[in-house]
Design a protein around this ligand. Sequence first.
Ligand code: ZN
Length: 153
Amino acid sequence: MNRHEYMCQAIELACENVKEKGGRPFGAVIVKDGDVVATGVNEVMETHDPTTHAEMQAIRAASRALQTADLSDCVLFASGEPCPMCLSAIYWANIKDVYYSYTEEDAAQIGLSTKYVYEQIALPKEERDIHLRRMDKRAFASDPFALWKKRET
Ligand SMILES: [Zn+2]
């Protein structure tokens, strides 16, 4: 299979998701050494879980299938341009090559824009709509970081 065929599969998954499950129009395919090792579709409507984007589902499935959190030897084909959450997951999975077809602008035209989150992340912490407040670790008895450090030595 070539890049066009992998993307075709991601787009077909997105279409099936809309037609058969009433889901959002996103699909993703993860390829390793030329083989499709995992696929995913957007399952937010079905699961009521806001993290079940197509890329997230494909990354979860690929990690389970390959029994590793390091997908650096994989390529991701996403029908739509990844949102900030999925892009972050792509970083965490060490995936270096990502292809997408439908752009953020295309998604905006059908009411599925992720621009707001990209804009929020680019703002200084204090200007974001989400209040991210630090609570001093010294107020708590347990120290998970110390446990981790001890485990390492
Ligand atoms: Zn996403």
